[in-house]
Each structure stands twice: as C-alpha cells, then as structure tokens.
Design a protein around this ligand. Structure first.
Ligand code: AAL
Length: 415
C-alpha cells in the first residue's frame, strides 16, 4: 500500500515538474514582441538575434553604445611626399601623446632612391632598393599643436649598424611613458621583408625626453615564439599600455602558412618596460585584426579590430584585458590607427576612450609608386562626448567608392 502511494506521488511530481519546465513551442504561447521597448522587454522570450541586442551590446541601438562609432577623415598639413612618386612613405603611426604643450607622433619613414619593388621580388632588393614599403626605413616623429597641421622633427630611431636588431629596417613603432621616461617599441628587421616572409622580433629604445636622444637596448625585447608556435616568425605592431602596474604589450602575428594565413593578436606582460616580457598563456587573445589599436575603457580595454579575420570591422572589449568579446560592428575603419589615448599610461580602472588619431592610407596610383600617407581620423569612442553624427549606421558612399572596387582581370574572364 505504502509503495503504491509513493509511486503515485512520484509520478505526479514528475508530471508537474515536466509541465512547469515546458517551453512554449506554439506561437500563441509566446508574447508578441512589443512595439515600445522597455526594460522588461529584455526578459521576454525572443529569437537569438534579438537577444544579442540586449545582452551583447551596451545599448539596443548603436547611439546608446559607447563603443560604436563611425569614422571621419581629414588630410593632414605639413608632410611632403616628393610629388607622390613612391620614394617617400609615412605609415603605421604610433599612438599620440601630449607633452610640452603639443602632440607627438612617431611613424615608419622611408626615403629611398626608388620606390619599393614588392615582397615577391624581395630577392632583387639591395642596400638602396627596398623590397616592401617598410623596408629600409627609420622611425621619425612629428609634433602638432592641433592634430591637423604637423611639423616633422626628423629621425628618432635610425637603423643601427649590422648585425644589430633592426639593421635592415626599423618600423611600426609605438610609445610608452613610464615613470617619466619614454620607450619606443618597434619591429627590427634583419633581412629585407619578403625574403623569407615578413619576419622580425620587437626591439626597443628609451629616452628621458620625447625629443630624444634615444638609446637602443641590445637585442630583442619580445622574442619570437619557439619553433612550431603561432608567433615563431614575427612579432608585429607592438602596442604598449599600462595596466595593474605592469606593461601590457599587445602584438600581432601571422601563422598557418602554407594555407589560409591566420592573423591574430597576442599579449606580453612585464613588470617594467625593459622586460622580461612574458607571453600570456591564452595567446592569441584576439582571433582577428591587423595593426590593432587599443585603449583603456571603463575597467577593461577596447580594441579596434579593423582588418583580417572572422571578426574584422569590430570593436571588442575585454574587462579582464584578456578575454575579448565583440562590443560593436562598424565600417570604414582607420587603417593602422594610432589614437590619442590620454589615459594609456595612467593605470586607470575608469578608461575614458578616444575621439581621434592618425592612420595611414595607401597612396599608390600606379604599379610603380607604392607609398603610404598619414591622415587624421575622428570618432566617438569616448565616454566624455556624445556626438550623434558619429553614431548613425547608414553611410551613403558615392558611386566612385563602390566602382573603385571593380572586378579583377581574372574575374572578368569568367564572363
Ligand atoms: C603592417 C604591419 C607591420 C608589417 C608591415 C609593416 O601592416 O602589420 O608593419 O610588418 O605591415
């Protein structure tokens, strides 16, 4: 008798619990999505796509998303490019700092007798013929009162004598300020890029003043990975920030050759600018992005992931500075941006974001004059301004922008 009662009670319990867990599957069980969205709307049952709007972004509309922005561009005054014949290039600007009443930027500078012949012909490069646009380069710097007109100041880091790191070319630098001193991290090439790849480690020079003189430390400060590791051949685009009282350098590498080359981002951390830098065990920490620029944001760090990979054209956020999630999707990102990041080195837990910077632009007009120019971008990725003109999601590009992306010769042959 007792066991029959227990049996009946258990069956009733199972039936009751399965009823309460039952998901509404029929349309009439689901509330229609409301016309007016309120805070409660977030809790109703909805499709995966609509759920993402509530859970993955700062706001349901890009205008409420502090990490969403359009980008506007302005030509700079003050730089000469030798009639754009390809013999002068300026590219890969660093982040911008404000010192001595003016803005400072550092960048890759090439001034060669002839334009680059290209990575594919790297074996024909010489002491005076560059392979790529960043071969046979030095690091130069410029200052500005307003960020639009710049005065070039000349060389910061020359190429050191052979066989020191960077003797063939120094390029793609970024700046760190730490305890009143300045540190430039950059790519140091020991062969013409393109010869066996685009292979280099990271070198560093430091100074008491942003105007130099700069003293190079011996050897590499961030070494390539061991054989078989994703970053075994190259550490590119070193990008230092200060977090938790340490130096955080984000960088990118390319791997999975031959095949579909995968470009991803890593992180190396040190107690002080001289190193040793320890690579994060979860590297790569970004699955996409080429020349990623980052800035402290709230407690975490935001990354502008412009080019390359599944998650290109996104702005990503990592509250712990390691595990990035997509925070916004945008378009026409600045190429190789270097932003003005006022709190880059303040160890902040309340990052404010950015509103402008410099980026580079391909200025080639024919097969012979490969070179790159610097320009300015503006945006609203800042918690301190609210610029609705930067928050729309509909760019009406003129037809020439579309038609400049015409079919290739090979594609035309298909028709
Ligand atoms: C850029 C950067 C690095 C590469 C080369 C110069 O896009 O990623 O700097 O080495 O191209």
């Amino acid at each position: 008798m007792k066991s029959t009662v227990v049996y009946i009670v258990s069956v009733l319990l199972i039936v009751a619990s399965s009823c309460s867990n039952e998901k509404p599957t029929h349309k009439k069980d689901i509330e229609p999505f409301p016309y007016t969205v309120t805070e409660e709307t977030a809790n109703i049952q909805m499709s995966a796509a609509m759920k993402r709007s509530f859970e993955n972004y700062d706001g349901i509309h890009p205008s409420e998303n502090e990490l969403y922005s359009q980008f506007k561009y302005t030509e700079l005054k003050g730089f000469d490019y030798n009639g754009h014949d390809g013999t002068i290039t300026r590219r890969d600007p660093s982040k911008i700092i404000f010192e001595n009443g003016k803005y400072y930027v550092w960048y890759t500078y090439r001034n060669t007798e002839v334009p680059p012949i290209g990575a594919k012909r790297a074996s024909e490069s010489t002491e005076t013929i560059p392979s790529t646009d960043w071969d046979l380069c030095e690091i130069w710097y410029a200052t500005s009162k307003d960020g639009f007109t710049w005065e070039e100041q000349g060389v910061a880091i020359p190429r050191p004598p052979k066989p020191e790191v960077g003797w063939r070319s120094v390029s793609t630098t970024d700046i760190l300020k730490w305890e009143g001193k300045y540190y430039l991290y950059y790519q140091g090439f020991m062969e013409a890029s393109g010869k066996s790849g685009d292979y280099c480690p990271v070198a560093m020079s430091y100074s008491d003043s942003p105007d130099g003189p700069w003293k190079a430390v011996k050897g590499a400060v961030i070494e390539n990975g061991a054989e078989g590791e994703w970053d075994q051949y190259a550490i590119h685009d070193p990008y230092p920030l200060v977090h938790n009282g340490k130096v955080y350098i984000y960088y990118k590498s390319a791997f999975n050759r031959p095949g579909n080359v995968w470009v991803a981002g890593g992180l190396a951390i040190a107690d002080n600018p001289m190193g040793p830098f320890k690579k994060h065990p979860l590297n790569p920490v970004l699955n996409s992005g080429h020349e990623v620029a980052l800035f402290p944001f709230k407690k975490g760090v935001a990354a502008m992931v412009a080019k390359d990979g599944n998650e290109h054209s996104t702005i990503q956020y990592a509250e712990d500075w390691v595990n990035f999630e997509i925070a916004a999707i945008s378009e026409m990102f600045p190429y190789a941006p270097g932003s003005y990041v006022p709190d880059a080195f303040t160890n902040t837990k309340d990052g404010r974001g950015i509103t402008w910077g410099l980026s580079h632009f391909n200025a080639r007009t024919n097969s012979k004059n490969m070179h790159t120019i610097l320009g300015r971008f503006d945006c609203d990725l800042s918690r301190d301004i609210n610029d609705p003109e930067m928050k729309h999601t509909r760019n009406n590009f003129k037809y020439d922008v579309y038609f400049s992306k015409g079919l290739s010769k090979k594609q035309k042959e298909r028709y």
